[in-house]
Write a protein that binds this ligand. Structure first.
Ligand code: DGL
Length: 266
């Protein structure tokens, strides 16, 4: 059981920001990753569609015999985590609770901005999760629908286009009193330096990937599921659709990552 893999999913490359932390904090664990590039962005889809896609991907990864399933996508976590938990006995971890907890830990004024997809914003899952812990927290949820296409296309490397999208999306927040900004979409850490600069490096930026990896580590330890693998780990990547663009971003984001990659249909 211990040497089974950790299954991770996202709509595209975003979940790699969680994987980067997982392999840093848990280097003996094998990851099987599913990126649903063909159907990205999830943030513009209906809740029913996102639930359906998440179920399909969970079923695909279950056939690979995984010991834990990580929904490394805020939109899918918001829409589908309770449904997936009903389908299985293995632990299912999402990214909203870990990011919310961290924001409350780090904020000095409990004034928090959440940047996310439209789907996550409309679910108000961040607001309810944060206020369940602290009723007095002020939570402003902002949809950033142009961020995921900017990142998936690789266009975020183009300064002019990147600056334009960031400015158009965040200009109303320039004078916010919030001291903490949650990157409520796993794609956003790929542009977190630029978001941070946009706020003159004055805000706490919360990357839920980092926090999620910590939760996974605690959970595996508690359930006695930590791997004791001795040999080098080769991870498996499945991409729904063409993986050329996906692989380019993967190699830039995690240059030392050892993996196999293949394109799959569902
Ligand atoms: N990375 C995902 C998230 O955290 C999905 C982005 C999208 O496909 O719209 O929400």
């Amino acid at each position: 059981m211990n040497n089974k893999a950790i299954g991770v999913m996202d709509s595209g490359v975003g979940g790699l920001t969680v994987v980067k932390e997982l392999i840093r904090q848990l280097p003996k664990e094998k990851i099987i990753y599913f990126g649903d590039s063909v159907r990205c962005p999830y943030g513009e889809r209906s809740t029913e569609e996102v639930i359906h896609f998440t179920e399909e991907i969970f079923q695909f990864l279950s056939r690979k015999d995984i010991k834990v399933f990580i929904i490394a996508c805020n939109t899918a976590t918001a829409a589908a985590i309770s449904k997936i938990r009903e389908m299985t006995d293995i632990p299912v971890i999402g990214v909203i609770m870990p990011g919310s907890r961290r924001a409350l830990q780090i904020s000095n004024n409990n004034d928090i901005v959440v940047l996310s997809t439209r789907g996550t914003k409309n679910s108000h899952k961040y607001k309810s999760t944060i206020q369940k812990i602290n009723d007095h927290a002020n939570v402003l949820e902002i949809a950033c629908p142009k961020f995921v296409p900017l990142i998936e296309s690789g266009d975020y490397k183009n300064k002019k286009n990147r600056d334009k999208v960031i400015d158009e999306t965040l200009s109303n927040l320039k004078r916010t009193s919030a001291d903490t900004v949650i990157l409520g979409c796993t794609h956003y850490p790929l542009i977190s330096n630029y978001i941070n600069e946009y706020f003159n490096n004055e805000k706490n930026i919360v990357d839920s990937g980092f926090e999620t990896a910590r939760d996974v580590s605690t959970l595996l330890e508690f359930k006695k599921l930590l791997s004791n693998r001795k040999s080098e780990v080769i991870h498996d990547i499945y991409v729904h659709g063409d993986y050329k663009q996906f692989e380019q971003i993967l190699n830039e984001w995690m240059p030392n990552f050892k993996y196999t990659i293949q394109s799959v249909e569902l």
